[in-house]
Design a protein around this ligand. Structure first.
Ligand SMILES: Nc1ncnc2c1ncn2[C@@H]1O[C@H](COP(=O)(O)OP(=O)(O)OP(=O)(O)O)[C@@H](O)[C@H]1O
Ligand code: SF4
Ligand SMILES: [Mg+2]
Length: 381
């Protein structure tokens, strides 16, 4: 699959992003303490354990990984919906963690979250019009013409304006997600984080909502962080992909490279884990270790077929990158920017070559990956 294939699948989402990061996380940490029945602290779930990433203005970054690896926690940290235990968070160069409550409220206008479940994100006691008007009033936008603005937003997400008087329960899952998107757009954000934005929807509806997201990202110049277990969706709209494992990023690369030439044994195992592809499936049979006490050294070592003594002793850094410039020079992560391909594995340069993914097998692999990442979620509509 080529970049142009991905672009056409999403009607041209992939625009050349500007290099300036809109969102930057550096060494982000979130540990959730847990207590016994007497209220004594007994340990902590290391949900996010030192994550750095950077999302250039106008680009789409996907975050993928198994259930419980910390994706949603990372998304909430990125919007400062929860406070980190450590690390740095910048939005358009500004230190978001230094903002006081009122400055943070104002900043939130530019950063929105779309949830998986549009039922949970829409108040059943509010009409569609009231739900979309609320952020307009809060941020004093389009004063005096709120009703007209609601109509514009509904049309923007493919719904008839006359539906504004209705209640959330009168809509299908896909329509509700469109309403939730219209509400998120009402504050005219620059950044949207979509936490599994289509995974609760019926497959046919998923495609329509993914296309809508692709159009909005392109037309409004949005920066988008897509949290998803659905590699098919990721392949359609992401420019770059971060693969998470137990609270850390283990590989980051342009979306096309993740699918074509994965470097980390975890990513490779995911991509190879398709019936008929040899023993690779076995790799992922082991349970993901507890995030309360992750393995020493490399966190993937308990499931990795290439693990050696060093892997238990030393945590591998997120490095690598044999990405070459047009002149053929090897470049660092910084200078490679959006083309950088990095992985956290001591032996990434000496591992056997990854099995090339045949185009014919690619869709089967993606379908399998989809089921691998999926939890048992029932479609809403
Ligand atoms: N408020 C909380 N209190 C305690 N533990 C939490 C809390 N929120 C998340 N966790 C734990 O942190 C870890 C990461 O959770 P998170 O929801 O971020 O994972 P995820 O990758 O989004 O998973 P999924 O794909 O199932 O949505 C899990 O072990 C989870 O149980
Ligand atoms: S560092 Fe070792 S255990 Fe970790 S992925 Fe690489 S080879 Fe496997
Ligand atoms: Mg989640």
């Amino acid at each position: 699959m080529t970049a142009s294939d991905r672009t056409s699948a999403s009607e041209g989402v992939n625009r050349p992003p500007s290099q300036a990061p809109l969102l930057q996380l550096d060494g982000m940490v979130k540990h959730f303490p847990f207590r016994d029945s007497l209220g004594r602290k007994r340990g902590a779930v290391r949900a996010v354990d030192g994550v750095s990433l950077s999302v250039p203005q106008g680009s789409v970054l996907a975050i993928v990984g198994e259930s419980g690896c910390g994706k949603s926690t990372l998304g909430r940290l990125a919007l400062r919906l929860i406070e980190p235990d450590g690390g740095m968070l910048r939005f358009d160069g500004e230190d978001v963690l230094a903002l006081g409550p009122s400055a943070l409220r104002a900043k939130r206008r530019e950063m929105q979250l779309i949830f998986q479940d549009p039922f949970a994100s829409l108040d059943p006691r509010m009409t569609v019009e009231a739900a979309i008007t609320e952020p307009l009033i809060l941020h004093r936008l389009h004063r005096g013409r709120e009703r007209a603005r609601v109509a514009e937003l509904l049309e923007r997400v493919g719904l008839r304006p006359e539906l504004a008087r209705r209640w959330p329960h009168e809509f299908s899952g896909g329509q509700r997600q469109r309403i939730a998107i219209a509400r998120a757009l009402a504050s005219e954000p620059r950044l949207i984080i979509g936490d599994e934005p289509v995974s609760a929807l019926d497959v046919s509806v998923q495609a329509q909502v993914v296309n809508l997201l692709g159009d909005l990202i392109r037309d409004l110049g949005l920066t988008f962080v897509l949290i998803s277990h659905d590699l098919g969706v990721v392949r359609q709209i992401a420019d770059r992909v971060d693969v998470m494992y137990l609270g850390r990023i283990v590989e980051e690369a342009p979306a096309e490279q993740i699918f074509r030439a994965p470097r980390h044994p975890y990513t490779r195992a995911l991509l190879a884990a398709v019936p008929g592809q040899g023993g690779a499936l076995k790799l992922l049979e082991g349970d993901i270790p507890s995030p309360v006490s992750p393995p020493s050294g490399c966190r993937f070592r308990t499931r990795c077929p290439y693990a050696q003594d060093l892997c238990a002793e030393q945590e591998p850094e997120l490095v690598g990158d044999a990405v070459r410039s047009a002149e053929g020079e090897a470049r660092s992560r910084e200078s490679a920017g959006q083309t950088a391909h990095i992985a956290a594995c001591h032996f990434q340069d000496s591992l056997p070559a990854a099995t090339p993914i045949r185009e014919a097998a690619a869709d089967a692999r993606l379908a399998h990956l989809q089921s691998f990442f999926s939890t048992n979620r029932e479609p809403i509509a």
